[in-house]
Design a binder for this molecule. Structure first.
Ligand SMILES: C[S@@+](CC[C@H](N)C(=O)[O-])C[C@H]1O[C@@H](n2cnc3c(N)ncnc32)[C@H](O)[C@@H]1O
Length: 222
């Protein structure tokens, strides 16, 4: 994701990017289509969403409970539901959530759509799968739209996320995608401080950038 961000903070690319996303853009995976509003994380030119979709494609999700924390366009949640999962999709961005509510009607796919700052409003149930494609660029987000990209100067997003995971009373399978270009050292130090462990279960190189899917668990049992 960062390679892309490096480009989008370039003034010329920023100009082009804003122009392209002035209007909602369609995004399609298999036969599922979402409308991505300018305020929502765009899966078109980034790799992480597509890598997660292809990874999820191989999973048996029948009757499994599935949480997407920070769902953005909701394409992952809709796809997981189409594979038989009982899906909860959360985000802090209300424009994203409203668009997902429209998309689930248009695609005839059921997803529980929930406004939540990280796990705050998530029910105390155990999920079989939790997927997170986090913002990881170290800058303070100026608005809710920027929260799709920026995790805070001090990686506050990860500090809060890992604290909340470590306090959950379940030992769940949590999957998080990160890229070689983000500050993995800082993120994993924060993770360790919260008594969590990680293991890389999938690696995918796209346009010279290595992307990893990590499984995060409590204790040392992976
Ligand atoms: C990199 S985008 C990923 C979107 C989507 N999961 C995907 O893969 O296309 C990160 C998402 O997390 C959301 N987000 C950021 N901070 C959040 C928070 N504190 N609580 C809930 N969602 C958050 C953003 O609004 C954004 O939709």
């Amino acid at each position: 994701m960062r390679t892309f961000i490096k480009r989008i903070i370039d003034p010329f690319i920023q100009f082009w990017f804003k122009k392209y996303y002035k209007k909602p853009r369609r995004f399609r995976y298999t036969d599922i289509e979402v409308l991505v509003y300018p305020e929502v994380f765009p899966p078109h030119f980034t790799f992480s969403t597509k890598i997660l979709l292809n990874f999820i494609k191989e999973l048996d999700l029948k009757e499994k409970t599935f949480l997407e924390l920070g769902c953005g366009s909701g394409i992952i949640s809709l796809f997981a539901s189409s594979k038989g999962a009982k899906v909860t999709a959360t985000d802090i961005n209300k424009i994203a959530l409203n668009a997902l509510k429209e998309a689930k009607i248009k695609n005839h796919i059921e997803v529980d759509v929930l406004y939540s700052d990280l796990f705050e409003n998530v029910s105390k149930q155990q999920f079989d799968f939790i997927f997170i494609n986090p913002p990881y660029y170290p800058r303070t987000p100026k608005n809710v739209q920027e929260k799709a990209w920026f995790c805070g100067e001090e990686f506050e997003y990860f500090q809060r996320l890992f604290q909340q995971i470590s306090k959950r009373s379940f030992n769940e399978n949590i999957y998080m995608i990160l890229s070689q270009d983000c500050n993995l050292k800082k993120i994993f130090t924060t993770l360790k401080k919260n008594n969590l462990t990680h293991i890389c279960i999938h690696e995918k190189k796209v346009s010279g950038e290595k992307n990893y899917i990590y499984k995060i668990k409590k204790n040392e049992k992976l």
